[in-house]
Design a protein around this ligand. Structure first.
Ligand SMILES: [Zn+2]
Ligand SMILES: [Zn+2]
Length: 208
Protein backbone atom coordinates (compact mmCIF):
# COMPACT_ATOMS: atom_id res chain seq x y z
CA UNK A 1 0.00 0.00 0.00
CA UNK A 2 1.18 3.53 -0.74
CA UNK A 3 0.19 6.51 1.44
CA UNK A 4 -0.14 9.90 -0.24
CA UNK A 5 -0.50 12.98 1.97
CA UNK A 6 -2.75 15.86 0.94
CA UNK A 7 -2.14 18.75 3.34
CA UNK A 8 -4.56 21.56 3.88
CA UNK A 9 -3.55 25.09 4.78
CA UNK A 10 -6.48 25.08 7.17
CA UNK A 11 -5.25 23.98 10.63
CA UNK A 12 -2.37 22.06 8.95
CA UNK A 13 -4.90 19.24 8.61
CA UNK A 14 -3.85 16.17 6.62
CA UNK A 15 -5.95 14.02 4.36
CA UNK A 16 -4.49 10.78 3.04
CA UNK A 17 -4.96 8.55 0.04
CA UNK A 18 -4.32 4.89 0.88
CA UNK A 19 -3.56 3.36 -2.50
CA UNK A 20 -3.47 -0.32 -3.36
CA UNK A 21 -0.84 -0.27 -6.13
CA UNK A 22 -2.02 -3.52 -7.69
CA UNK A 23 -5.45 -2.12 -8.60
CA UNK A 24 -5.16 1.66 -8.03
CA UNK A 25 -8.15 1.39 -5.72
CA UNK A 26 -7.83 3.85 -2.86
CA UNK A 27 -9.39 5.01 0.37
CA UNK A 28 -9.47 8.69 1.16
CA UNK A 29 -8.96 9.40 4.85
CA UNK A 30 -10.41 12.52 6.50
CA UNK A 31 -11.62 14.78 3.67
CA UNK A 32 -11.17 17.86 5.81
CA UNK A 33 -9.56 20.56 3.73
CA UNK A 34 -10.49 21.84 0.40
CA UNK A 35 -12.40 19.50 -1.91
CA UNK A 36 -10.68 20.82 -5.04
CA UNK A 37 -7.19 19.84 -3.90
CA UNK A 38 -8.45 16.40 -2.91
CA UNK A 39 -10.12 15.92 -6.29
CA UNK A 40 -6.94 17.12 -7.98
CA UNK A 41 -4.96 14.55 -6.03
CA UNK A 42 -7.41 11.75 -6.91
CA UNK A 43 -6.98 12.69 -10.59
CA UNK A 44 -3.25 13.22 -10.67
CA UNK A 45 -2.63 9.90 -8.95
CA UNK A 46 -5.17 8.15 -11.21
CA UNK A 47 -6.83 6.29 -8.35
CA UNK A 48 -10.37 5.02 -7.96
CA UNK A 49 -11.70 5.93 -4.51
CA UNK A 50 -13.65 2.97 -3.11
CA UNK A 51 -14.05 4.16 0.49
CA UNK A 52 -13.99 7.29 2.62
CA UNK A 53 -12.52 6.60 6.07
CA UNK A 54 -12.84 8.98 9.02
CA UNK A 55 -10.45 8.89 11.99
CA UNK A 56 -13.07 10.82 13.98
CA UNK A 57 -15.90 13.27 13.42
CA UNK A 58 -14.44 16.72 14.06
CA UNK A 59 -15.17 19.47 11.54
CA UNK A 60 -11.57 19.85 10.37
CA UNK A 61 -11.62 16.24 9.12
CA UNK A 62 -15.00 16.29 7.36
CA UNK A 63 -15.44 19.78 5.88
CA UNK A 64 -15.10 18.44 2.31
CA UNK A 65 -17.04 15.23 2.99
CA UNK A 66 -20.17 16.13 1.05
CA UNK A 67 -18.26 17.08 -2.12
CA UNK A 68 -15.96 14.06 -1.92
CA UNK A 69 -18.83 11.67 -1.34
CA UNK A 70 -20.73 13.15 -4.28
CA UNK A 71 -17.66 13.01 -6.48
CA UNK A 72 -16.61 9.44 -5.60
CA UNK A 73 -19.90 7.78 -4.63
CA UNK A 74 -17.84 5.87 -2.07
CA UNK A 75 -19.25 4.69 1.27
CA UNK A 76 -18.29 6.59 4.43
CA UNK A 77 -16.78 4.65 7.38
CA UNK A 78 -16.62 5.98 10.93
CA UNK A 79 -16.54 4.43 14.39
CA UNK A 80 -20.02 3.88 15.81
CA UNK A 81 -19.43 6.34 18.66
CA UNK A 82 -18.37 9.23 16.40
CA UNK A 83 -21.15 8.62 13.85
CA UNK A 84 -23.39 11.29 15.49
CA UNK A 85 -20.83 13.93 14.44
CA UNK A 86 -22.07 13.66 10.86
CA UNK A 87 -25.63 14.54 11.71
CA UNK A 88 -25.19 16.84 14.71
CA UNK A 89 -22.88 19.88 14.28
CA UNK A 90 -22.52 20.21 18.06
CA UNK A 91 -20.57 16.95 18.13
CA UNK A 92 -18.41 17.89 15.13
CA UNK A 93 -17.62 21.30 16.71
CA UNK A 94 -18.65 23.08 13.51
CA UNK A 95 -19.40 26.20 15.51
CA UNK A 96 -15.65 26.71 16.01
CA UNK A 97 -15.53 27.75 12.34
CA UNK A 98 -18.92 29.46 12.40
CA UNK A 99 -20.65 26.69 10.47
CA UNK A 100 -23.40 24.18 11.16
CA UNK A 101 -22.88 21.65 8.33
CA UNK A 102 -24.53 18.26 8.60
CA UNK A 103 -24.03 15.23 6.39
CA UNK A 104 -25.76 12.02 5.38
CA UNK A 105 -25.37 9.33 8.05
CA UNK A 106 -22.30 7.12 7.70
CA UNK A 107 -22.63 4.02 5.53
CA UNK A 108 -20.51 1.71 7.68
CA UNK A 109 -20.11 1.86 11.48
CA UNK A 110 -16.74 0.59 12.67
CA UNK A 111 -15.61 -1.39 15.70
CA UNK A 112 -12.15 -2.27 16.96
CA UNK A 113 -10.30 -4.76 14.74
CA UNK A 114 -12.66 -4.43 11.79
CA UNK A 115 -10.93 -4.81 8.45
CA UNK A 116 -11.56 -2.81 5.29
CA UNK A 117 -10.61 -4.10 1.87
CA UNK A 118 -9.00 -1.66 -0.59
CA UNK A 119 -8.23 -3.48 -3.82
CA UNK A 120 -5.93 -6.32 -2.73
CA UNK A 121 -4.87 -4.53 0.46
CA UNK A 122 -6.39 -4.65 3.93
CA UNK A 123 -6.69 -1.83 6.46
CA UNK A 124 -7.36 -2.72 10.11
CA UNK A 125 -9.28 -0.49 12.51
CA UNK A 126 -7.70 0.21 15.91
CA UNK A 127 -10.14 1.83 18.33
CA UNK A 128 -8.25 4.63 20.10
CA UNK A 129 -10.67 6.73 22.18
CA UNK A 130 -9.56 9.78 24.14
CA UNK A 131 -9.51 12.72 21.72
CA UNK A 132 -13.13 11.80 20.96
CA UNK A 133 -15.19 8.82 22.15
CA UNK A 134 -15.08 7.29 18.67
CA UNK A 135 -11.53 8.03 17.49
CA UNK A 136 -9.76 5.30 15.52
CA UNK A 137 -6.39 4.71 13.91
CA UNK A 138 -6.08 2.83 10.62
CA UNK A 139 -3.31 0.24 10.45
CA UNK A 140 -1.82 -0.40 7.01
CA UNK A 141 1.29 -2.22 5.81
CA UNK A 142 2.80 1.22 5.06
CA UNK A 143 2.16 2.77 8.47
CA UNK A 144 -0.51 3.95 10.88
CA UNK A 145 -2.98 6.76 10.20
CA UNK A 146 -3.19 8.20 13.70
CA UNK A 147 -5.82 10.94 13.33
CA UNK A 148 -5.85 13.36 16.25
CA UNK A 149 -4.69 10.69 18.73
CA UNK A 150 -0.90 10.91 18.27
CA UNK A 151 1.09 13.69 16.59
CA UNK A 152 4.79 14.43 16.17
CA UNK A 153 5.86 15.01 19.80
CA UNK A 154 2.28 15.84 20.76
CA UNK A 155 -1.14 14.30 21.34
CA UNK A 156 -4.73 15.24 20.61
CA UNK A 157 -6.62 17.62 22.87
CA UNK A 158 -8.84 15.98 25.45
CA UNK A 159 -10.76 19.06 26.56
CA UNK A 160 -13.44 18.86 23.87
CA UNK A 161 -16.74 17.06 24.59
CA UNK A 162 -16.07 13.32 24.78
CA UNK A 163 -12.36 13.84 25.36
CA UNK A 164 -10.65 11.99 28.19
CA UNK A 165 -6.95 11.96 29.06
CA UNK A 166 -6.89 8.51 30.67
CA UNK A 167 -8.47 7.06 27.54
CA UNK A 168 -6.01 8.72 25.15
CA UNK A 169 -3.15 7.62 27.38
CA UNK A 170 -4.35 4.00 27.20
CA UNK A 171 -4.86 4.29 23.44
CA UNK A 172 -1.33 5.62 22.92
CA UNK A 173 0.13 2.90 25.16
CA UNK A 174 -1.55 0.44 22.83
CA UNK A 175 0.20 2.07 19.84
CA UNK A 176 3.55 2.11 21.69
CA UNK A 177 3.21 -1.58 22.52
CA UNK A 178 3.13 -2.60 18.85
CA UNK A 179 6.14 -4.62 17.70
CA UNK A 180 8.92 -2.93 15.79
CA UNK A 181 8.64 0.51 14.26
CA UNK A 182 6.00 2.02 12.03
CA UNK A 183 5.52 5.39 10.39
CA UNK A 184 2.73 7.50 11.88
CA UNK A 185 0.63 9.69 9.61
CA UNK A 186 -1.18 12.14 11.91
CA UNK A 187 -4.26 14.27 11.38
CA UNK A 188 -2.18 17.45 11.68
CA UNK A 189 1.44 18.33 11.01
CA UNK A 190 4.47 16.24 10.19
CA UNK A 191 4.86 12.47 9.95
CA UNK A 192 6.66 10.70 12.74
CA UNK A 193 7.36 7.13 13.83
CA UNK A 194 6.20 4.99 16.73
CA UNK A 195 9.80 4.63 17.99
CA UNK A 196 10.33 8.41 17.97
CA UNK A 197 7.18 9.00 20.00
CA UNK A 198 8.02 6.17 22.43
CA UNK A 199 11.24 8.04 23.19
CA UNK A 200 10.39 11.71 22.83
CA UNK A 201 6.66 12.31 23.22
CA UNK A 202 6.45 14.68 26.20
CA UNK A 203 2.74 14.14 26.89
CA UNK A 204 2.43 10.36 27.01
CA UNK A 205 5.46 8.36 28.14
CA UNK A 206 5.69 4.66 27.46
CA UNK A 207 4.84 2.56 30.52
CA UNK A 208 6.85 -0.63 30.76
ZN1 LIG B 1 -10.13 16.33 16.29
ZN1 LIG C 1 -8.13 17.72 13.91
Amino acid sequence: MEIITVSSEFASANSYLLVDETTNDAAIVDPGGDAQSLIYSIHSNAVRVTSILLTHGHFDHILALREIKEYTNAPVYVHRLDAPCLTNPEFSMMSLVGRSDTFDPADVLLEDNDTIRIGNSTVTVMYTPGHTVGSVCYITDAGIISGDTLFYESIGRTDFPGGDFDSIDASIQRIYSREGDETLYPGHGAETTVSHERMFNPFVRQRK
